[in-house]
Design a binder for this molecule. Structure first.
Ligand SMILES: Nc1ncnc2c1ncn2[C@@H]1O[C@H](COP(=O)(O)OP(=O)(O)OP(=O)(O)O)[C@@H](O)[C@H]1O
Ligand SMILES: [Mg+2]
Length: 310
């Protein structure tokens, strides 16, 4: 799917509160910590804060602390002088310097080695640093935003993260709630993701079927918005019709779609849902649906009429 970013979708009170906080902190230069489960939108929020504030025209740079080898993290962050280490054939500017006036994002800050944690702490305290192997002191003019999906307080008590650095970073913390904790966001997000996907795949006008809407709302989304994006992307690729059906979605998401749903409902409701889901699944093939449901074609046609399913 194209990476055209969506605006920040916030319908649930919990994510509206996040948006309000983001607007306020965007005006400041305070170091920021964004926490939240994987896929909740930490990167997305960091970018939004950058764009909402006075730094929007300056660079937005990111360092992925978890995937870069630790030796590289420091040189990416601080830059180095020629000859600082084997292979440093020329001076290289670090992101802290390049992000001048802008925002620098430290993704998965919990992955920093103890040595880099100490250096970062010094930088945050003094607002200045030297390139590796250099003597010139450079002042920082970038806002630092740290992201993590780890429980940093626990890592501190386990001795894996410096307490003083944790305090420095967490002065202003924005906890991003998991998607299941902001249920009113689920359908608006799904619609926005579907519209974007439809544009990318040239499938304008494609819609969710009724059972899919129920399924999307009742699923717990352990992988949060990213999982939803991937599920909708997959459904778009799998489906041929004008509406996405339950069967187009990955098994994990489909497990949320049970005719019995855990809720207490009338037998008629259960029957209606079972018939609807079967018709959707077979793309309204009457013979096949009747066979799956174990009823005659005539009974199916009667019931379809009774429940208004056509
Ligand atoms: N509120 C939102 N509105 C629109 N799109 C969103 C929202 N939140 C997240 N997304 C989209 O969901 C996807 C995952 O978000 P993002 O990469 O920011 O998550 P993350 O918290 O950084 O995850 P990880 O911890 O795995 O890095 C992205 O495509 C992002 O654009
Ligand atoms: Mg991320």
């Amino acid at each position: 799917m194209s990476e055209t970013r969506l605006p920040w979708i916030a319908e649930d009170p919990a994510s509206k509160a996040v948006l309000d906080l983001a607007r306020k902190v965007a005006e400041t230069s305070t170091t920021l910590l964004i926490t939240g489960e994987s896929g909740t939108g930490k990167d997305h929020l960091a970018r939004l804060i950058h764009e909402l504030g006075p730094r929007r025209d300056a660079p937005f740079l990111k360092i992925d602390c978890a995937s870069l080898p630790q030796e590289l993290v420091e040189s990416e962050l601080f830059g180095h002088e020629r000859g600082a280490f084997t292979g440093a054939v020329e001076r290289k500017l670090g992101r802290l310097e390049m992000a001048s006036g802008g925002t620098i994002v430290l993704d998965e800050v919990a992955a920093l080695s103890p040595a880099t944690q100490s250096k970062l702490l010094r930088v945050l305290e003094e607002r200045q640093f030297e390139r590796l192997g250099g003597t010139e002191t450079i002042s920082i003019d970038a806002r630092l935003v740290a992201l993590t999906n780890s429980d940093l307080a626990r890592l501190v008590s386990d001795g894996q993260f410096r307490e003083d650095l944790f305090f420095r970073l967490s002065v202003l913390t924005i906890p991003l709630p998991a998607l299941r904790a902001r249920p009113a966001d689920i359908l608006p997000l799904a619609d926005a993701l579907l519209m974007r996907g439809a544009r990318v795949h040239g499938r304008m006008g494609v819609a969710f079927s009724e059972p899919v809407i129920k399924m999307l709302s009742s699923y717990s989304w352990p992988g949060n918005v990213r999982e939803m994006r991937n599920a909708i992307e997959r459904a778009l690729v799998f489906s041929g019709g004008a509406s996405l059906i339950v069967e187009d979605f990955p098994e994990s998401v489909r497990s949320a779609d049970s005719a019995y749903g855990g809720a207490l409902r009338s037998l008629d409701d259960v029957e209606r849902d079972a018939i609807h889901a079967t018709l959707e699944a077979t793309r309204y093939k009457i013979g096949k649906s009747a066979q799956i449901l174990g009823i005659s074609r005539k009974t199916l046609l009667d019931k379809r009429k009774k429940y208004g399913l056509s």
